[in-house]
Structures are given as C-alpha cells and as structure tokens.
Design a protein around this ligand. Structure first.
Ligand code: PEP
Length: 250
C-alpha cells in the first residue's frame, strides 16, 4: 500500500513570520494524520520552518536546487546546503521553472540524481500544456518527461522518487483535471516506470496529482486507484484549508 503524500508548494510566498505562524497552526490540525505532510517553502523561510516543525509530523522541503555541490554559481543553492540545515524534500522541474527559468529534461535529470545521492526526497514534476492535451499528445509528453527525468537511476532510486503529475493548464487556474483523466494519466506514467524498471518498482512509486487541488476536490482525487496524494499550490497558503486537504480521509 503506497502512502499518500500531501505537499504544499508555497512558491514565492510568505515571510519568515508568516511561515512560523502557519506551521504553528497547521501542526495541531494534522498531528494525527497518517498521510505524509510536507511544506515546500522559499529558501528564506526554510530555517524558520524547520525549527517550528521540529517534533511535529510536518516535513520541510525546498522548491529547487542546483546539481553542483559548490562553486561560482551566483544565486544558486546546492542540495548539500539544503541537507545541511535538515531539509528533507525538494521539488524538481516544476512547470514554472521549466517555463520561466529554462529547466530542461536534462537539468531535471541532473538535479534528481544529485538529490537522491544526498538522500533528499525529490518531487519531480511532469505535465502537459492545454494545447498538448487538446491535440492528443498528453501521453507522449508525460511519458517522455518521466523517462528522461529518471534516466540512469537505479531501481531503488526510482522507488525513492516522488513524481507529481501536474497538467500545466490546471496549475493556478482553478481548473482541475477530472479524477478519471488524472488517474488515467498517472497510470500512463506508472506504465512507463514499469516498462523501464519493472512492475515491482512501478507499484511502489508515489505519484501525486497537482493542479488546483483544494479541500472540495481532494477526496475524490486522492481516492482514485493511482493517485497517491497531491502537490498543492494556492490552497497550501492557508493552514486551515491545507489541513482539510491533508485530512481528506477523516
Ligand atoms: C503547484 O504549484 O504545483 C500547483 C499545483 O499549484 P495550484 O495548486 O495553485 O494549481
């Protein structure tokens, strides 16, 4: 049985004092959840969020990292830096980073390998645009992104990777994929993993859905056979709303 992982992606939101009060509030709401609860915060909030999350069941993640250990890469943050302060998760290849900061399948693959080598838990995002969905290319796009992201990984590393299926047209738009479409697409991704790494690995890989998840649709999505939780943007900014998503099965 795969665990449900519900991860909030704050994007470029929240100052440290806001992060602190959010974690303080969330902690009470989610303390009895059997689901994995993750908050992916901006770099400047990480230290504060980690301090507040100590002794709770809330895990802290970053939203990006560089694949190099150190050096002349102005403005970048390495996986080693994240690991050194106690960060456990890292989002890799979010569609906003692919669209605005030239992330490619190749850089996603490099970052993923580096994160896994440091035992950071990666959440790798894949997903098609509206145009690609409408022209019938969604399957090719998501399976190709999945294959290229995971290229060169061992079976164990693939098992340790979380994949987030995030249709670009559903991110921040209020439009959610139907639970059937989301489940079908996630099955395509799982089949791609099975093709390259075997059924056993594919059955263990956690694959989330992301794209306008909120408390009103979380239950129907997360109860589908292949959807193992969600990556949540906008609805993760308010503790009570995010807690309802985490507690969708209560
Ligand atoms: C995201 O940022 O990964 C996301 C899914 O955003 P939203 O929930 O706001 O659509």
């Amino acid at each position: 049985m795969r665990k449900k992982v519900i991860a909030g992606n704050w994007k470029m939101n929240k100052l440290p004092n806001e992060a602190i009060s959010f974690i303080e509030e969330l902690e009470n709401y989610v303390k009895d959840s059997e689901n994995e609860v993750v908050i992916c915060a901006p770099y400047t909030d990480l230290f504060y969020a980690l301090n507040m999350a100590q002794g709770t069941n809330i895990k802290i993640g970053a939203q990006n990292m560089n694949w190099e250990e150190k050096g002349a890469y102005t403005g970048e943050v390495s996986g080693e830096m994240l690991k050194s302060i106690g960060v456990e998760y890292v989002i890799i290849g979010h569609s906003e980073r692919r669209a605005y900061y030239n992330e490619t399948d190749e850089t996603v693959n490099k970052k993923l390998k580096k994160a896994l080598s440091l035992e950071l838990k990666p959440i790798v995002c894949v997903g098609e645009s509206l145009e690609q969905r409408e022209s019938g290319d969604a399957k090719t796009i998501v399976t190709t992104q999945t294959k290229l992201a995971l290229e060169g990984l061992t079976n164990k590393e693939v098992e340790d990777t979380i994949i987030a299926y995030e249709p670009i047209w559903a991110i921040g738009t209020g439009k959610t994929a139907t639970k059937e479409d989301a489940n079908e697409t996630i099955k395509w991704i799982r089949e791609e993993v099975a093709k390259n790494y075997g059924e056993e690995v594919a059955n263990k890989v956690i694959i989330q859905y992301g794209g306008s998840v909120k408390s009103s649709n979380a239950k129907e999505l997360f109860e589908m056979s292949d959807i193992d939780g969600g990556l949540v943007g906008g609805a993760s900014l308010v503790a009570e709303e995010f807690a309802k998503i985490v507690n969708y099965n209560k």
